[in-house]
Design a protein around this ligand. Structure first.
Ligand code: ASP
Ligand code: MG
Length: 437
């Protein structure tokens, strides 16, 4: 069985929904994970925002606009009167449900319910369309199987057991539609896998059913070897190792949510990134295989702050790094890059909410310098230590760019450079020119 996930833009209009249906009706059995129609989750967040601010009129206004939009989709999507009426009745119930939240108290629990309705709506609309067109399809509700544990981590055992129950309840269907993003927490309350989380849903579902393949459909032809917004002549990468994909997703490639990689990786299920606008394009395949000796791609992460702590106390001492890292842990600030010398350590962070307090604490241990407006450039590929020349090619490409930190050897798959944000564009272009073109 394959798992196919379609994001918000892929189901963003009735026409797009019909295009998705063309792609999923090839006779093969599959589970299809859908996001909310693009823009909907943002509107639902806006509704919640009004309700937090105790402004029910504002919320109702947004609900009305959204409902009007959806009612129009019904006419465009369905041909039979019966299905139009059935879907309009469903939407009426949905939007009245949303309105019910404008009357009572509003907390995080209600917010979680509201932001999850976009996926409930999109999956019902597509399932209704499939049924109207006579396909052998069923909707399996994610809230019946997708669950996180007390640490807010997916409960894979539970998911595996319950999704099988759901599939067995409606056996022999060609297409099983389900919601991305939404889940229940350890207490059974409605929750979600964070914004952009439907990639994660697909990966978890793939792992739970032992899928032969997980396909993530978007509107570009796979992961590119550099950021097309800043660099000319980028091209799709045909194959990536899971670790390479994880680095790229974390360091800026927007096409795949970073959390998506792990479940598929551990289950050894290949993930394909495919393009709804060009379905026959090869896209990108992500698997546990490494293409030997190849530099694959470059990504950049913005809004980075670097902190350098120098201290002669570090010389020949042990425990210094622990003290430094404990400060970051205390203030829940994660570190992206680290480099050390015998008398100092440099780290980079992207969350500066507690920067001032962290710096005050660090000053107890040494001299502290802060560098704002930095950017991490991450180059991924096969750089096992017997593969000579990878790091020299990357550094050679950046020979005109001032480099603040270099991190190499943390994994077999990447080398990262910290540079000034103002040098980002030319650094990315230089890497593309030297490594790929
Ligand atoms: N609809 C959710 C969001 O916009 C989840 C997703 O699309 O992945 O964040
Ligand atoms: Mg997405």
């Amino acid at each position: 069985m394959k798992v196919l996930k379609f994001g918000g833009t892929s189901v963003g209009t009735p026409q797009r929904m019909k295009d998705v249906v063309k792609l999923i009706t090839d006779g093969e059995q599959k589970i299809v994970v859908l996001s909310a129609m693009s823009g909907t989750t943002n509107s639902l967040v806006e509704i919640s925002d009004y309700l937090y601010k105790k402004n029910p009129e504002g919320a109702n206004e947004t609900i009305n606009v959204l409902e009007k939009k959806y009612r129009k989709h019904v006419d465009e999507l369905y041909t039979t009167d019966a299905m139009k009426q059935q879907t309009l009745a469903f939407l009426k119930e949905e939007f009245n449900y949303l309105r019910s939240f404008t009357k009572g108290i509003f907390t995080m629990f209600e917010e979680k319910i509201i932001v999850g309705q976009g996926e409930i709506i999109s999956t019902n609309m597509v399932t209704n369309y499939l049924l109207e067109q006579g396909y052998n399809a069923a909707l399996i509700p994610a809230l019946e199987f997708m669950r996180t544990d007390k640490n807010s981590e997916p409960d894979l055992e539970y998911i595996r057991e319950k999704i099988h129950d759901q599939l067995n309840a409606v056996p022999g269907k060609e297409i099983y539609i389900t919601q991305g993003f939404i889940c229940r927490n350890a207490y059974g309350e409605i929750d979600n896998l964070q914004r952009g989380g439907s990639d994660y849903s697909a990966s978890l579902i793939g792992a739970a059913v032992g899928a032969s393949e997980i396909q993530i459909w978007t509107d570009i032809d796979g992961m590119h070897n550099n950021d097309p917004r800043f660099v000319k002549n980028t091209s799709p990468v045909n194959h990536l190792h899971f670790e390479e994909a994880a680095e790229l997703a974390y360091f800026g490639a927007k096409i795949l949510h970073p959390t998506c990689v792990q479940p598929a990786k551990y289950a050894g299920i290949p993930v394909k990134l495919l393009n709804t606008m060009d379905p026959t394009a090869p896209g990108t395949i992500i698997s546990n295989e490494t293409e030997q000796g190849k530099i694959k791609a470059v990504a950049a992460k913005d809004n980075i702050t670097a902190i350098r702590i120098t201290s002669s106390r570090m010389l020949l001492a042990y425990g210094f790094l622990r003290k430094v890292f404990e400060i970051f842990e205390t203030y829940k600030t994660s570190i992206d890059m680290i480099t050390t010398s015998e008398v100092g350590v440099s780290v980079s962070i992207d969350n500066t909410a507690n920067l001032n307090t962290i710096v005050d604490e660090l000053k107890k241990f040494g001299h502290v310098q802060i560098y704002h407006d930095m950017c991490i450039i991450c180059v991924v590929g096969d750089l096992q230590s017997d593969n000579v020349g990878f790091e020299s090619k990357a550094t050679e490409a950046l020979k005109e760019v001032p480099v603040h930190m270099i991190s190499y050897g943390g994994s077999d798959h990447n080398i990262s450079f910290l540079i000034s944000a103002q040098d980002k564009q030319r650094a990315l272009q230089a890497l593309s020119d030297n490594l790929f073109n």
